[in-house]
Design a protein around this ligand. Structure first.
Ligand code: DAH
Length: 357
């Protein structure tokens, strides 16, 4: 066997046996490095006669190429194996349940917000928001509560201290001011719901000084009470998860809508708790109406061109009804026992296809 063949056999064997990249590189240096065996043979080419050099040159070059290829191949295999081993050792098993003592819960109010957004989102409503601290114009005047109007007194408003211009801001008493902000910043057609916190000076089992509302507003060229009734009846059926629930619209008064109506849903109160969709009782669910022409004028819309409807609902009360919570005050007491009893799993988002609750 020639020296070339011996070198090749030994080198290929060493390459195959290298189990890590450092050893493999050692083989490369020993054979192909400056002082390596193959390089040593290359250097002898200079002292050969032309005939011999003509034969040995290509053989040595071919050997060099074969060894290089073998080293590269082995290198890739070792790197792949190394990556594979890292992937196995660094794997995080995301399917593990969270540690029970760290399991948070979604507050029922947040759950109901998400359910309402899911229902109206599917009907094509966008979500709009506005500030909790409002001025008199947005909270009252633009909504057609004239100065001195008795309805202003119904809201038990929290007033801020007067600013340097003598203006007294208020903690918004309802989400309706965001109707004004939306109509002043967007062109119709408008279809929004407005979730948010509202404030009134009230405190008992069913009233807290801060509570939550969802407002709705639709403005378009041809909008009428039929749209209002259809939209809100569909909402009630989706929200209470009862397909055939009957709704009733009862005349009412709100300064910013004309005509105005409160929507009731059919329910049964005989068993002590309220069952929606059965029986002969009625449960008030929300306020609504056709946007008052004065409100449209106040935001620069022509009531002969545009009409719309609006609605507002108390989220805390809806949550009490849907999830059977008798008292509103624990909502705000951060008692973990209450939260773990009434709370929702945060990763189970309500969806119309998968179920709301
Ligand atoms: N803002 C009213 C309230 O807080 C609720 C309401 C009633 C909102 C009728 C509306 C509506 O948009 O049309 O009592």
């Amino acid at each position: 066997m020639s020296e070339i063949d011996t070198i090749e056999t030994e080198a290929l064997n060493a390459i195959e046996c290298a189990t890590d990249l450092t050893t493999l590189d050692g083989v490369r240096v020993a054979e192909l490095g400056k002082k390596g065996r193959v390089s040593g043979l290359m250097k002898t080419l200079g002292g050969m006669d032309p005939e011999e050099r003509k034969e040995m040159g290509p053989r040595l070059n071919a050997l060099k190429n074969r060894l290089n290829d073998a080293i590269e191949g082995r290198k890739t295999a070792l790197e792949d194996a190394e990556l594979e081993a890292r992937l196995v050792s660094e794997k995080a098993d995301l399917s593990l349940p969270p540690r029970p003592e760290r399991t948070g819960a979604l507050h029922p109010v947040m759950q109901v917000f998400e359910e309402i957004e899911e229902i109206f989102g599917a009907m094509g409503f966008a979500v709009a928001e506005g500030p909790d601290i409002e001025d008199d114009f947005h909270n009252f005047t633009a909504l057609n509560f004239p100065i001195g109007h008795p309805a202003r007194e119904d809201h038990d408003t929290f007033f801020m201290a007067p600013d340097k211009d003598g203006e007294r801001k208020v903690l918004r008493t309802h989400t309706s001011p965001v109707q004004i902000r939306t109509m002043m910043s967007q062109k119709p057609p408008i279809r929004v719901i407005i979730p948010g916190r509202v404030y009134r000076n009230d405190w008992d089992a069913t009233h807290t000084p801060m509570f939550h509302q969802v407002e709705g507003l639709v403005i378009d060229k041809v909008t009428h009470m039929g749209h209002l009734k259809g939209c809100l009846t569909d909402f009630a059926r989706a929200f209470f998860e009862v397909d055939n629930v009957v709704t009733r619209f009862r005349p009412h008064f709100f300064p910013f809508t004309e005509p105005s109506a409160e929507m009731d849903v059919q329910c049964d109160r005989s068993g002590g708790n309220v069952k929606v969709g059965e029986g002969t009782d009625w449960l008030e669910v929300l306020g609504s109406g056709m946007v008052h022409p004065n409100v449209l004028r106040n935001v620069g819309l022509d009531p002969d061109e545009y009409q719309g409807f609006a609605f507002g609902m108390g989220v805390d009360r809806l949550a009490m009804l849907k999830y059977g919570m008798p008292d509103l005050r624990p909502y705000f007491e951060s008692d973990v026992r209450w939260l773990s009893h009434y709370g929702f799993k945060p990763w189970l988002l309500p969806s119309l296809s998968g179920g709301l609750s």
